[in-house]
Design a protein around this ligand. Structure first.
Ligand code: FPP
Length: 240
């Protein structure tokens, strides 16, 4: 791979297929989620090798609260363990941890661990890992509209001053560049309410590989596919 050609700065990932991976092995679905943690490590190692500065993972959507209670509880435990155990590794690798979404819906103990991880890694510079938790792209826009209208009501902002940049600044992802590439595993061709505003011009790469089977080599393949694309941002190749 020519690592300098069109290297994506920000890669978002929809980690899908954990349930199917487990079912194929006649294991409970939760085993797929457990195995999926190793794929997260692989992605971080691959991003580190390619010097990609922003990775955003869709770990738990707002809709996922409607899954069976046991599965939700297991995912919360997995997340709690991840925040405890991976912390040293993240910090050692100079990774800054962030979370986006309605994190106030998460168990209090997890909220505290998230805060601790964010605070402890805030000055790290190699890579920003953003984990979407209790996340919904539409609710993110609703929350941004509320914040902006409160400012207008208080006289801190005029309606005529609301621009795309102002909307971006009121999203959970404030300060992050928009994703250049979205990787979705396990073959589904959907965005699933992820980063709706931010993905206006994101290149989408879908692989049939199930998330627990996703390894560095698959990540490199996705980046290579991205590098072969021509991004036009609504223009023609003649006007770029
Ligand atoms: C989608 O697979 C995956 C999830 C809803 C959870 C993703 C979570 C992890 C990979 C591990 C936990 C994360 C952290 C940060 C510790 P699915 O269950 O929808 O699979 P299916 O479509 O095959 O049923």
């Amino acid at each position: 791979m020519t690592t300098n050609a069109l290297r994506p700065r920000h890669i978002a990932v929809i980690m899908d297929g954990n349930g199917r991976w487990a079912e194929q092995r006649r294991l409970p679905r939760i085993e797929g989620h457990r195995a999926g943690v190793e794929s997260i490590r692989e992605v971080l190692r691959a991003a580190h090798e390619l010097e990609i500065p922003y990775i955003t993972l869709y770990a738990f959507s707002n809709e996922n609260w409607h899954r069976p209670k046991e599965e939700v509880n297991f995912l919360m435990r997995l997340l709690s363990d991840y925040l405890d155990k991976e912390f040293e590794e993240l910090h050692k690798n100079n990774i800054r941890f962030q979370a986006i979404g309605r994190t106030d819906m998460l168990p209090e103990e997890i909220q505290k661990k998230i805060e601790k991880n964010i605070k402890a890694t805030e000055h790290n510079t190699a890579l920003t890992l953003t984990v979407a938790l209790s996340y919904s792209g539409r609710l993110e826009l609703v929350d941004a509209v509320k914040k902006i209208s409160e400012k207008v009501a208080r006289g801190q902002l005029r309606t005529s001053e609301i621009t795309e940049a102002v909307v971006s600044e009121h999203l959970y992802t404030q300060g992050l560049p928009d994703p250049d590439l979205l990787i979705r595993t396990s073959g589904e061709m959907r965005i699933s309410n992820f980063l709706l505003w931010q993905m206006s011009y994101t290149e989408i790469y879908v692989t049939d590989v199930l998330w627990p089977d996703f390894r560095k080599q698959h990540f490199f393949e996705a980046v290579e596919a991205y590098q072969k694309r021509e991004r036009r941002f609504g223009r023609t190749h003649l006007t770029r």
